[in-house]
Design a protein around this ligand. Structure first.
Ligand code: R5P
Length: 329
């Protein structure tokens, strides 16, 4: 009979970090913060577009974090994530956390008209079926997305980071006011305004169809002769922000600073934003911005990295320490 000289009773062995191809720079920065290198893996796309994953080393018994962004190309990135998770599960990883800086389909979070899906729920289900034990996401479009998962998770925000940066700028602003791009963002906007100790105003926005076009209708609150901090969770086509900036200017706003966590910047959004009378765009690296898009906003774009935040949460999750403590919660 084999005699065991040593029995390690810790629940999980080391941290293992894997990344899909969705945001290699961010994954590398997270790995540097955690001080654990990204594990080797092959991700191959066959001519028939099917994907194949192979891990370079065993994940048995490890506490594994799979970092994968699900912005463009959305479906390829999502499948990579699901297949990576299943591969790790089949390789007997002890615990698998899906780390998704930007979760696709979060805007499909309710049946707000007949005969439509709730695709964010479907994505949550697919992650669980693939084998995720935990998840980590940043600023989902709506809080109820948390309820779509039956596994535990960390729902983080990039707005602390942005507010910290704004605190430095706010002292040079004239009577700053936080303005939310729509009423759905009112609660988060209020938190940001409270954080910065400035008043808040709102834009009333309407989407008349499903084609992603928005219409900014009116401003609720005081913006005349004030510098404006215009906030949204994500900028996709840039339509909401363009309409909002124009409306604010018509209402007498001074300088406008645009902030968002997820810079999706689909299609020609960067060019549309570049044409706006905006003093600065402040965002994060939850979504990688191709250099040709970033350069259109040259000199007016600040990208703050969420890597230290995500890295710290990974360390705390691994060690079983509070994450709320990081935000005095
Ligand atoms: C939607 O309600 C979100 O808060 C954003 O306003 C939206 O995703 C922005 O989309 P777009 O840039 O295409 O107007």
């Amino acid at each position: 009979m084999i005699q065991h000289s040593h029995r390690d009773l810790t629940l999980y062995r080391g941290i293992k970090l894997y990344a899909g191809t969705g945001s290699p720079d961010l994954a590398q920065k997270i790995a540097e913060y955690v001080k654990v290198p990204l594990c080797g893996r092959d991700i191959i796309q066959f001519p028939n577009e099917n994907l194949f994953v192979k891990l370079h080393s065993s994940a048995r018994g490890q506490d594994v974090y799979v970092i994968q962004n699900t912005s463009s190309p959305v479906h390829r990135n999502l499948m990579e994530l699901l297949i990576l998770i299943q591969t790790l599960k089949l390789d007997s990883a002890a615990r698998i956390t899906a780390v998704i800086p930007y979760m696709a389909y979060c805007r499909s979070d309710k049946k707000d008209q007949p005969r439509v899906p709730i695709t964010a729920r479907l994505v949550a289900d697919m992650l669980e079926v693939a084998g995720a034990d935990r998840y980590m996401i940043l600023d989902p479009h709506a809080g109820q997305v948390q309820g779509f998962f039956s596994i535990p998770g960390d729902v983080l925000t990039g707005f602390h980071l942005i507010s910290e940066h704004l605190r430095g700028l706010a002292k040079y602003m004239v009577d700053p006011v936080v303005v939310t791009v729509d009423l759905g963002f009112a609660k988060k906007g209020r938190n940001i305004a409270a954080d910065l100790n400035v008043p808040i105003a709102f834009i009333e926005k309407r989407r008349s169809s499903n084609d992603a076009k928005a219409q900014a209708l009116s401003v609720i609150g005081e913006v005349a002769n004030r510098d404006v901090i215009l906030v949204d969770d994500e900028i996709d086509t840039g339509g909401s922000i363009c309409q909002a900036v124009n409306l604010l200017k018509e209402n007498g706003a001074r300088d406008v600073y645009v902030i968002c966590v997820h810079p999706i910047f689909s299609a020609d959004a960067a060019a549309r934003l570049a044409a706006l009378p905006v003093k600065q765009f402040i965002t994060t690296d939850t979504v990688p911005l191709p250099p040709e898009k970033a350069s259109l906003l040259n000199g007016r774009l600040t990208v703050l990295s969420i890597a230290p935040l995500v890295g710290e949460v990974i360390l705390r999750a691994h060690e079983g320490r509070s994450v709320g403590e990081m935000f005095n919660e």
